[in-house]
Design a protein around this ligand. Structure first.
Ligand SMILES: [Fe+2]
Ligand SMILES: [Fe+2]
Length: 181
């Protein structure tokens, strides 16, 4: 093998193998975003629990929470379904992905019930949304993302992150176009 051929072979191998630390840093970025969303949801739930007896304040908190859920949480879920979950399916996690999509739908139902005038305990629903989201996101951090960011993945960690971010922006734009102010 000539020195040129050796160079090409080693360059190709370097391109194919993940950069050290790249997967870990992408996992940290997504886990941090999950943590920020969970903290925000718990903040809304705490505020609503404290304002239960003051209808005016509670309505303001519920309005802000509804805006956040429509503008951040649901777009995040949709973005995952169009990026991370597709990769997970390719890697043989089809049944787990089905369960996770079921949880997205369950979360969407809880969110819809917040808007219903018939809901007797919206503060309780907010608490349920927050805690359910925490458990759901942790499953992604532990059981889905590490596999999607492994060497077996058809795309690089960087590509996975940029696809997730692009799908999130698209879903947010769509949500803004259909959500009443
Ligand atoms: Fe999710
Ligand atoms: Fe997530």
């Amino acid at each position: 093998m000539s020195s040129d051929e050796r160079f090409v072979t080693s360059q190709t191998a370097a391109e194919e193998s993940p950069q050290p630390g790249e997967a870990e840093s992408v996992l940290a970025v997504v886990a941090k975003h999950h943590g920020e969303m969970a903290a925000k949801l718990r903040e809304f739930a705490r505020a609503a629990a404290q304002q239960k007896c003051s209808n005016g304040e509670l309505q303001v908190t519920l309005g802000e929470a509804a805006k956040y859920l429509a503008g951040e949480i649901l777009p995040h879920a949709l973005a995952e379904e169009n990026s991370v979950y597709l990769v997970a399916r390719e890697l043989g996690l089809g049944r787990l992905v089905e369960a996770m999509v079921y949880e997205h739908n369950f979360l969407a139902e809880l969110i819809a019930s917040l808007r219903s005038p018939l809901e007797a305990d919206p503060a309780g629903v907010l608490r349920a949304i927050a805690e359910f989201f925490v458990a759901h996101a942790e499953k992604e951090n532990r059981f889905i993302l590490p596999i999607c960011l492994s060497a077996a993945s058809p795309i690089t960690p960087e590509e996975l992150l940029s696809t997730l971010a692009a799908e999130f922006r698209t879903a947010q734009h769509r949500s803004a176009a259909i959500t009443p102010e």
